[in-house]
Design a protein around this ligand. Structure first.
Ligand SMILES: Nc1ncnc2c1ncn2[C@@H]1O[C@H](COP(=O)(O)OP(=O)(O)OP(=O)(O)O)[C@@H](O)[C@H]1O
Ligand SMILES: [Mg+2]
Length: 253
């Protein structure tokens, strides 16, 4: 397999009181790969994603992009164009006063990429499957699934190589959920984009992830092809998540 595009190498994060949601944790994402970061609520998925974005201080280890530490200054700015974050709660993540157009254009403006803004925003709306007529709408006029598409468009506008999607479907109903998972798969096919999707729901991992890594006790307890991990789980935590999934969504298993 190709070299990793993005890697967490021995990463530890410590919160006051000594709790370590990441404690010497290793995780890699290869180009074009969809990886599920699975784990119970509160196990540290969001914290790890924030560390991978350089937003969360680490006490040891490093994050590498294309084999090099993500660094600071200009290198970190460039990295933050290539690796885009889709936060956990789509509606809360959008400013209710701003239009869809402005929300999608925000990344371009933050990176001072002014040229061709309109064309790039409409291209991102198209890629995310949002009708262009919604460009003037505000978040409260949209469904949850449409809000999620706005966040995805806002990430795509910077033409990233990696998406870090934090629970991208957990707040959505079953139809919107299927549509967003299909969209993430299509983005990989059309743009070759790698995606790390944090989820407590193994159904989402089963549906789209090539590989599933189970986070438990600050480390990756189990990591392998999704089919192997979910049909022949080796770790107790994976079995616990599978049992929870069967109880919550028997129709999907
Ligand atoms: N800034 C912080 N200071 C102290 N503790 C924190 C902080 N952020 C998160 N935590 C704690 O660290 C643990 C991991 O939180 P995190 O949000 O990363 O989990 P998660 O796996 O994303 O959970 P969920 O599935 O509910 O989104 C939790 O116990 C949380 O309360
Ligand atoms: Mg979280």
């Amino acid at each position: 397999m190709s070299d990793p595009l993005l890697a967490a190498c021995g990463v530890s994060v410590e919160f006051p009181g000594g709790r370590r949601p990441a404690d010497g944790l290793d995780l890699v994402v290869h180009p074009g790969e969809i990886v599920a970061l699975a784990g119970q609520s509160g196990c540290g998925k969001t914290t790890l994603i924030r560390a991978m974005l350089g937003l969360q201080r680490t006490v040891s280890g490093e994050i590498r992009y294309e084999g090099r530490p993500i660094g600071r200054g200009r290198a970190l700015r460039r990295y933050r164009r290539h690796v885009q974050f889709i936060p956990q709660d789509p509606r809360a993540a959008l400013d209710p006063r701003r239009t869809v157009y402005d929300a999608v254009a925000e990344g371009l403006r933050a990176h001072r990429l002014r040229d061709g803004e309109y064309a790039r925003v409409t291209e991102a709306l198209d890629l995310a499957g949002l009708p262009r007529r919604l460009a003037a709408s505000r978040p409260y006029e949209l469904s949850g699934g449409q809000c999620q598409r706005v966040l995805i468009a806002g990430a795509l506008v910077l033409r990233p190589r990696v998406l870090l999607a934090d629970e991208p479907v957990s707040s959505l109903d079953v139809v919107a959920r299927g549509e967003i998972l299909a969209l993430l798969l299509r983005l990989r096919e059309e743009l070759g984009m790698a995606t790390l999707i944090a989820t407590h729901d193994l159904g989402a991992a089963w549906q789209i992830a090539d590989r599933t890594a189970v986070l438990h006790g600050g480390r990756i307890a189990e990591d392998g092809p999704t089919e192997c991990v979910l049909t022949r789980p080796a770790h107790e935590q994976t079995r616990t998540l599978l049992a929870a999934h069967r109880q919550s969504a028997p129709v999907h298993s």
